[in-house]
Design a protein around this ligand. Structure first.
Ligand SMILES: O=C(O)CCC(=O)C(=O)O
Length: 442
């Protein structure tokens, strides 16, 4: 039986698309799109492709043949298009390891230092089996050379891909799919797309997809998440945690630290555990708060130097607040509280944290530039100042963060403080926390 194709993925010229349009139409609505016109000037497009469009394998062997990966920071093969720069995952991993737990991952090994930026190389006919992306992240994938055929299924239909026990999914949508095992599969309706050279596909959160290389193909690919799909990441962690726990339930009585084992298995299978995720959102909250305080305090008359930038930071905090609220109600989370996160002062002074703040500021600076074509202030240089951390706000909210309740309290308290400080500022965080829906994905 052939696949039921419901339509094709939309195509758009990236040079005619504004950032906020991308957010409104695709990121927030969680819809796929193929974007053209964004790869001009990439060294990868020039160096990695022969004149007839085939992969230039001799370039790789000549330049990188004797090397280990991740050793060429000075070779800027590509530039992340603006639409995809609000990438918390890779921003974080550029300065912090994902795992704190020495049992899961020892410092500075390959897993701990890696990010979610990839190059895929596949000869004609090779394919990637059906899957949804790690952490329920978004991905973007740019064809440097070659051509790919994509089949995508929206999250609303993903339950149809599972077997009757909801344990495994179909592996190959073009193989023999047993109706007895996967009874829902025949009801699925797919989007398809042929991605040409120099085109970038945006794959939304939670969409299952299978990918075939129609020619010898090289692509550059990032997985990422941000305020718009953060709750999906938490939902997946919780689901995987419950599965990990169920799997070893029968050894609970003979385990000294059953909860710890569940968390270690979660980190090994899913790529992070509750504690990793909590530290991640805690650092991100502080980074967003530090930038907000910085911007509101920069002027003698406290005004937002950029409402767009403030809006981005506030949306991030609202999204984290919502996720922390969900986490609070999860009983198991109480079992993984650890003291390492407890002192805010320590985090705020870590060089890695300052690096994260700078990167976040650059990110929203570049988005802001396009949104209003003029940033009005050179915030990166302002951020280099020693008073950047504004420890004053920390004093007013207390120093301890041991669990989601503390994070919620800190965000709410900061919202109150900032509302008091703002003058001609309409984007009150407390107002938004109370009255506005946070960004959601479908
Ligand atoms: O290009 C491929 O073969 C797989 C890419 C993929 O699955 C993704 O970008 O999410």
């Amino acid at each position: 039986m052939g696949l039921n194709i419901g339509g094709k993925v939309e195509r758009i010229n990236g040079r005619e698309l504004r950032y906020h349009e991308f957010v409104d139409r695709y990121l927030q609505k969680n819809q796929p799109i193929v974007i053209t016109g964004l790869m001009n000037g990439w060294m990868a497009s020039n160096d990695w492709t022969t004149e007839n469009g085939a992969p230039n394998l001799s370039f790789f062997s000549t330049h990188f043949g004797k090397s280990k990966v991740q050793e060429y920071p000075e070779y800027a093969a590509y530039t992340t298009p603006l639409f995809f720069v609000d990438d918390w995952l890779n921003l974080y991993l550029d300065s912090h390891p994902m795992h704190m737990d020495g049992d899961v991952c020892h410092d500075k090994n390959e897993i701990n230092c890696s990010d979610y930026r990839f190059v895929y190389m596949g000869p004609k006919g090779t394919w990637t089996p059906l899957h949804a992306d790690v952490f329920r992240s978004y991905s973007w994938s740019a064809n440097v050379c070659g051509k790919k055929k994509w089949h995508l299924l929206p999250p609303s239909q993903c339950h149809l891909l599972f077997d009757q026990n909801m344990k495994s999914t179909v592996y190959d949508i073009f193989g023999e799919v047993s109706e007895a095992q996967f009874p829902g599969f025949k009801k699925t309706v797919w989007l398809e797309c042929t991605q040409e050279q120099n085109e970038i596909i945006f794959v939304p959160s939670g969409w299952y997809h299978q990918v075939l290389n129609l020619e010898d193909t090289i692509s550059i690919n990032h997985n990422w998440f941000n305020a718009f799909n953060l709750s999906w990441v938490w939902n997946l962690l919780l689901k995987d945690y419950n599965e990990a726990k169920e799997y070893i339930e029968d050894i609970r009585d003979i385990c000294d630290d059953f909860e710890g084992l569940c968390q270690r298995n979660l980190a090994a299978n899913t790529g992070m555990n509750f504690f990793d995720f909590f530290i991640f959102i805690t650092r991100f909250s502080f980074a967003n708060l530090s930038l907000l305080y910085h911007h509101v305090k920069t002027d003698e008359n406290p005004i937002w130097v950029s409402p767009n930038r403030a809006h981005n930071l506030i949306s991030n905090l609202i999204s984290i607040h919502k996720v922390a609220t969900k986490m609070k109600s999860v009983e198991a989370f109480a079992g993984v509280k650890q003291s390492a996160i407890s002192d805010i002062r320590k985090i705020l002074q870590e060089p890695e944290f300052i690096e994260l703040c700078m990167a976040l500021n650059r990110t929203y600076g570049s988005i802001d530039e396009q949104q209003k074509q003029c940033s009005g202030t050179n915030n990166t240089s302002l951020l280099a100042r020693a008073d950047f951390l504004h420890l004053g706000f920390v004093e007013s909210i207390g120093f301890e963060v041991a669990g989601p309740e503390d994070l919620i309290r800190i965000i709410e308290q900061a919202a109150t403080n900032l509302s008091c400080m703002g003058s001609d500022w309409n984007l009150s965080l407390s107002y938004e926390l109370n009255d506005l829906e946070s960004p959601t994905v479908l």
